[in-house]
Design a protein around this ligand. Structure first.
Ligand code: SF4
Ligand code: SF4
Ligand code: FES
Length: 306
């Protein structure tokens, strides 16, 4: 057969192409939240149900793109008949559940969690935490008062780790929510450069053998920065602007665009202050990135500012 006689067309199917199987119809689970009835697909969480009803439940270690780890317990709600409070971010709906998202027990639990965090961790750059403290009447200082002096309280305060040009790690602001570990691991990046080391109060986020970041497996995607809820992990331009007292998010223009570097075409959200790009993120609800980028998309913008 001569090359020009070769046909690259697929032969017609010998039998009818089978029809696509119908989408499974989800089993709906009825429950009541704050006196309001709702039906959710089986497998949904209480947090999903609260969102359906426009009921706000505070979260810290939860993110829609990550597997819930139940680390913070800020999201607890009261389930009628249950002995303990349930974390809304991971507890699945059950038929006939009666749930209260605000009650004296829930509010007290959230208040104490916030006070414990605030008494040992610097929450000054955690978005929304100050408002949450006010809403629940949290007074972290009362632990210091009851112990006699501020220095009695165990704190995770420590020097900021600056060992590379792209981002800094200030573990004095770390609430051990595990989000960065998950983003670096099986939930997104699969690099496994960081994990939780130590036990009890000595538990901390660390590279393997606590080596500096440039000596670790880190590929500088910055996906850990994107999920960190406290600013413990922060891109260097933002860190430097904050140090200089010049970080002004309220003045920043935020624009979505497409990354110019490769054919994946990730959506970039560019944050511009004083005509300079100061930060790049990606939307968590974007089907392509789910908030994740690579080193080029997240950090490769400084040439624009020259
Ligand atoms: S560094 Fe940030 S994301 Fe990682 S555990 Fe600490 S607070 Fe959570
Ligand atoms: S962020 Fe990285 S993977 Fe995404 S388009 Fe840019 S270069 Fe490609
Ligand atoms: S947000 Fe549910 S346990 Fe942290």
């Amino acid at each position: 057969m001569r090359p020009d006689e070769i046909s690259f067309r697929l032969p017609p199917p010998a039998a009818a192409i089978p029809a696509r199987p119908p989408e499974p119809v989800p089993t709906m689970v009825p429950l009541t939240i704050d006196g309001r009835a709702v039906e959710m697909p089986a497998g949904s969480t209480l947090l999903d149900a609260c969102k359906t009803l426009d009921i706000t439940v505070p979260t810290l270690c939860y993110l829609e793109t990550l597997t819930p780890v139940n680390a913070c317990r800020v999201c607890v709600v009261e389930v009628e008949g249950a002995r303990v409070l349930a974390p809304a971010c991971s507890r699945q709906v059950e038929s006939g559940m009666v749930v209260k998202t605000r009650s004296p027990r829930v509010d007290l639990s959230r208040k104490v969690v916030l006070e414990l965090l605030g008494s040992s961790v610097d929450l000054s750059t955690a978005p929304g935490l100050a408002e949450m403290m006010v809403e629940y009447g949290a007074r972290p200082e009362r632990f210091q008062e009851s112990l006699g002096s501020a220095s009695s309280v165990s704190s995770v305060a420590q020097p900021v780790k600056i060992d590379n040009d792209l981002y800094v790690r200030d573990y004095g602001k770390c609430v051990l929510c595990y989000k960065c570990v998950e983003a670096c691991g099986t939930d997104a990046q699969h690099t496994f450069a960081i994990a939780v080391a130590g036990r009890g109060f000595h538990a901390h986020i660390s590279t393997e053998l606590d080596v500096p970041l440039p000596d670790s497996a880190c590929v500088y995607c910055g996906n850990c920065i994107a999920v960190c809820p406290t600013g413990a992990l922060m891109a260097t331009p933002e860190f430097e602007l904050r140090q200089a007292g010049a970080w002004r998010p309220e003045t920043q223009a935020v624009t979505d665009t497409i990354c110019p570097y490769c054919g994946v075409g990730c959506t970039l959200t560019v944050h511009v202050q004083d005509q300079q790009i100061v930060k790049v993120t990606s939307p968590f609800d974007n089907d392509v990135t789910r908030g994740n980028l690579c080193v080029k998309g997240r950090f490769g913008f400084e040439y624009v500012n020259k």
